[in-house]
Design a protein around this ligand. Structure first.
Ligand SMILES: [Zn+2]
Length: 485
């Protein structure tokens, strides 16, 4: 079999002010893999197919960008056209595999993935099998459904199963290409906006149930797309879809029954988020059994935030709390100052609060530059590592450690801190700018984990998000969005 693999992926926060332009995308041109970064996550993805070497695999454009605002139209069109040109060069192919995100929005393109799939379908015709892997924080659209044969979302959040699902997409797509299955995709809309943590109940069991349903005759794959709350597009929201084998009725019935289960669990699956005052109360009262991990969910770069807000840092300082670790703080100016001052320098440093009102005000700290690292990297969900760019560890005089980075991204792993030399086990609290992906790596050392809401781009009051394009009949804005049916 001749198989083509390519990707353009980002998660667009349509409320973010900063556009996603050409400089935001890291692009791997696969004809040239020896020049990839050694720990590039794409390597792990492609190596997972190593045992499939009996097939002829051509890898096309692989582009991804840290979430931010709407993608610049020309940038999206150029990337899409390059991917299509790579496909044209690889043709004829029997199957196409696309690890995408599912929530990319470009100027004039509310559904980039649907647009990519439609172009590919037009190019290769109806007989080539197209398989797609999506992030569950996707907008699963009719255009995606009708132009792909197989669509599978990761089941876990934190996304610890990217490679497992990728291998499933591979197998199902080849099965379709070789005529062993006749996939049909049926979807049920949950009419909900939210986040679903799958490492705790009842979602843990629900993931188990989805997997057990895949053992049923005629059911090939079950996905729960959580949706991305900060993408304001017509088809946004949580959805369940089922890939059935030549039996649309059974697939539709299962999608609807699992949708009803997601709906029934709504109050138990809502992640707990507390305000800053409550967080300060808890941080002040805990005895140190180990660090309390504080998730700064509103400032998660992984959802398009700037990762430089100072609301929590300000509250910690006002509350007189010390012995903290905080990161990653995206602050190019502060890093430039630290580089200029040099290792060991003591200086007044203005940190954070640079990107607008949702970042809060900059804070002036007396610090020592403890580490400078030109290419600091952090692990990413067991699938390689990503560069934080030039990074610095600075310590305040009263014992708070900050990690400053120059490539904006969320905090995934403890080595964001420890590889710079920061010891985490004895900290009173670790403030991590992330909504939930941090959990897998930080939970083992945490005495407690607090999800804290502050002003910021990733607000937790979904009912008040000022959508202009999506259907407003959704929970929790409407108590029962199914009432009118
Ligand atoms: Zn996601």
């Amino acid at each position: 079999m001749r198989v083509f693999i390519a990707s353009i992926a980002t998660e667009t926060n349509t409320f973010a002010a900063a556009p996603t332009g050409a400089g935001s995308f890291s692009v791997e041109r696969a004809n040239d893999p020896e020049n990839w970064e050694p720990d590039n996550p794409w390597r792990a993805m492609l190596q997972s197919l190593a045992e499939e070497s009996c097939h002829e695999i051509t890898v096309g454009l692989l582009a991804d960008a840290q979430p931010s605002g709407v993608v610049v139209r020309e940038v999206y069109e150029e990337l899409r056209d390059e991917l299509l040109e790579d496909l044209r060069s690889a043709m004829p192919v029997d199957a196409i595999m696309l690890p995408l995100h599912g929530a990319m929005v470009a100027d004039g393109y509310p559904d980039c993935e649907g647009d990519i799939l439609e172009h590919i379908r037009q190019l290769v015709g109806p007989d080539v099998a197209i398989g797609v892997e999506l992030d569950p924080h996707c907008h699963f659209t009719e255009r995606m459904r009708s132009n792909a044969d197989i669509v599978v979302a990761y089941k876990e959040y934190p996304h610890t199963d990217v490679i497992d699902r990728f291998k499933e997409v591979w197998q199902l797509t080849l099965d379709a290409a070789e005529g062993r299955i006749s996939p049909v995709i049926e979807m049920a809309d949950c009419r909900m906006v939210g986040f679903w943590h799958t490492n705790r109940e009842p979602m843990q069991s629900f993931v188990g149930k989805m997997k057990s349903m895949e053992q049923q005759t005629g059911i090939l794959s079950v996905s729960f797309g959580h949706g991305f709350p900060y993408g304001d597009v017509p088809e946004a929201g949580a959805k369940v879809w089922v890939v059935g084998d030549d039996n649309p009725g059974a697939a539709a019935r299962l999608a609807k029954s699992l949708r009803d289960e997601v709906w029934a669990m709504r109050d138990d699956t809502r992640p707990e988020a507390i305000g800053l005052d409550e967080a300060m109360k808890r941080l002040t009262s805990v005895n140190d059994q180990g660090p309390t991990v504080v998730a700064d969910v509103a400032d998660n770069a992984g959802g398009g935030a700037s990762s430089d807000s100072t609301f929590i840092l300000e509250a910690l300082r006002e509350g007189g709390l010390t012995n903290m670790a905080i990161g990653p703080v995206w602050d190019l100016g502060a890093i430039a100052v630290c580089r200029e001052a040099g290792l060991g320098a003591r200086l007044m440093l203005r940190v954070g609060g640079k990107c607008g009102p949702l970042s809060g005000l900059p804070i002036d700290l007396s610090v020592t530059v403890r580490a400078l690292e030109p290419d600091h990297r952090q692990s990413i969900l067991g699938a390689g590592s990503i560069s934080c760019g030039y990074s610095a560890w600075v310590s305040t005089d009263d014992g708070t450690d900050l990690v400053l980075i120059s490539r904006r991204q969320q905090g995934y792993a403890t080595n964001l801190f420890t590889d710079l030399g920061i010891e985490l086990g004895s900290k009173h609290a670790i403030v991590i700018k992330s909504s939930h992906h941090f959990y897998a790596d930080f939970a083992p050392l945490a005495a407690d984990v607090l999800y804290v809401t502050t002003p910021g781009l990733l607000r937790s009051d979904f009912e008040n998000i000022p959508y202009l394009h999506r259907d407003m009949n959704f929970w929790p804005r409407i108590d029962d969005p199914f009432r009118t049916d």
